[in-house]
Ligand binder design. Structure first.
Ligand SMILES: [Zn+2]
Length: 122
């Protein structure tokens, strides 16, 4: 999948707020790699999230290890932060009870059915 130049440009510009050097390069590469797997509205939402959270990411990076939680929060997709869209998958407790968890923000959904699926059981 080819990422449009506008998306790459906005992410690259947002990364300019980060300290120059390996940290900036690593973040830019990681954020651009995330873009490669997204399309359409998801891609646009991701770019908006990167731009909106650029200052928070800068603060987190400058704060070193103390800012790791802030950096993780800043990298959560916009859909998760707005609680509008999650990337659900099934995981199990140690005793084998299944539940749904978001791959991106680890929010849990305690049911055996996917969110939004109100059909009778599996
Ligand atoms: Zn989520």
């Amino acid at each position: 999948m080819t990422t449009p130049s506008w998306a790459r440009t906005l992410v690259t510009l947002a990364c300019r707020l980060l300290p120059a050097g390996q940290v900036r390069d690593r973040w830019r590469e990681e954020l651009l790699a995330d873009l490669e797997v997204l399309a359409g509205r998801e891609r646009a939402a991701y770019v908006v999230g990167v731009v909106v959270n650029a200052w928070a990411l800068r603060s987190a990076v400058r704060g070193g290890q103390a800012g790791v939680a802030v950096a993780r929060a800043a990298r959560r997709p916009l859909g998760c932060r707005l609680n509008l869209r999650h990337s659900w998958h099934v995981v199990s407790t140690e005793d084998g009870h299944p539940y749904w968890e978001c791959r991106d923000c680890h929010k849990t959904w305690v049911t055996v059915r996917p969110p939004g699926d109100w059909s009778p059981g599996f």
